[in-house]
Ligand binder design. Structure first.
Ligand SMILES: [Zn+2]
Length: 291
């Protein structure tokens, strides 16, 4: 079992990656259409050609705000029998978001901003929860930031494996009723040093988050990349993504990450889930975090 929480200071921001759970992801789904002889030298797998996958979300503490980047599964249990929320085997859950926040000494009511990378179940499931039979925001004092395109179009994309439209719909209704949503177009600073940046492809309004509070910037990439091998082959991805759009977004953003020598956080890599990229021929290679 991997560690459930990993935390470091970057500039004025304390950044904590929280792992909600891990599972084993069949490569035939994780890298659809990529022949085994190509992925074999690059991806570590178990005996059944499955890669270890983590389900991460991020907390950022700045001097003025307590920010959550994605919300995890919430009360949708991906480890339940016959679930179809995530296409992985042998899900093992950690103490999840509440355990992660308690390590930090933070209560749900302390969260001031919730930024959503996209509305797939493993990222938005925890945005709301049911209290006394009513679905309400899970972070009662927070404003929620979502790209307008994601809000409008997420349910129209056909992604039968990783995405359950009812999950997103339930979140939308509850957030709308509570009047806590900020719909974002283009790049937008949510609070000092924390910026949403459009990065479509995984979903129509997928966004990444740039954290810049002094020193090297850090990007939370959501599902712009799902595993390090995708940096070396930017056309590798799971099934059911918008391939052309995702590749175009990757091509556009990778030079920016290199130019800024930025730290990058992946939503689905085991902790610390952080690294940098460097040019490697026509593509990029992943350099895991080291202190
Ligand atoms: Zn995801």
């Amino acid at each position: 079992m991997t560690e459930a929480v990993w935390s470091r200071q970057f500039g004025q921001a304390r950044i904590t990656v929280i792992c909600e759970g891990t599972g084993w992801w069949p490569l035939e789904r994780a890298l659809a259409g990529v022949p085994e002889e190509l992925w074999r030298p690059l991806v570590e797998t178990d005996g059944e050609n499955r890669k270890l996958i983590s389900f991460n979300l991020v907390h950022v503490q700045t001097p003025g705000a307590s920010i959550l980047l994605d919300t995890g599964f919430g009360d949708f249990d991906p480890a339940a029998p016959n679930q179809s929320l995530v296409p992985v085997d042998h899900m093992q859950m950690t103490g999840g978001l509440d355990a992660g926040l308690s390590v930090l000494g933070i209560a749900r009511g302390n969260i001031t901003h919730v930024l959503i990378s996209h509305m797939h179940a493993d990222h938005i499931g925890g945005a709301t929860r049911v209290i006394d039979g009513r679905r309400v925001p899970a972070f009662p004092n927070a404003r929620y930031y979502v790209m307008q395109d994601e809000w409008d179009l997420a349910g129209t994309w056909h992604q039968p494996l990783a995405y359950v439209p009812e999950v997103a719909e339930a979140q939308k209704q509850a957030l709308l009723t509570a009047g806590v949503v900020e719909l974002v177009r283009g790049e937008r600073e949510a609070t000092a040093g924390i910026e949403l940046i459009p990065a479509p492809g995984e979903s129509p309004g997928h966004a990444i988050v740039r954290i810049a509070t002094g020193g090297t910037p850090v990007y939370y990439l959501g599902d712009l990349f799902h595993q390090p091998a995708e940096f070396l082959h930017i056309d590798w991805m799971p099934r059911y993504k918008h391939a052309e759009m995702l590749i175009a977004t990757r091509k556009q953003l990778l030079p920016r990450f290199v130019a800024e020598d930025a730290w990058l956080i992946l939503a689905h890599e085991p902790l610390p889930a952080m690294g940098r990229v460097a040019p490697a021929g026509a593509a990029y290679r992943w350099i895991p975090f080291s202190a």
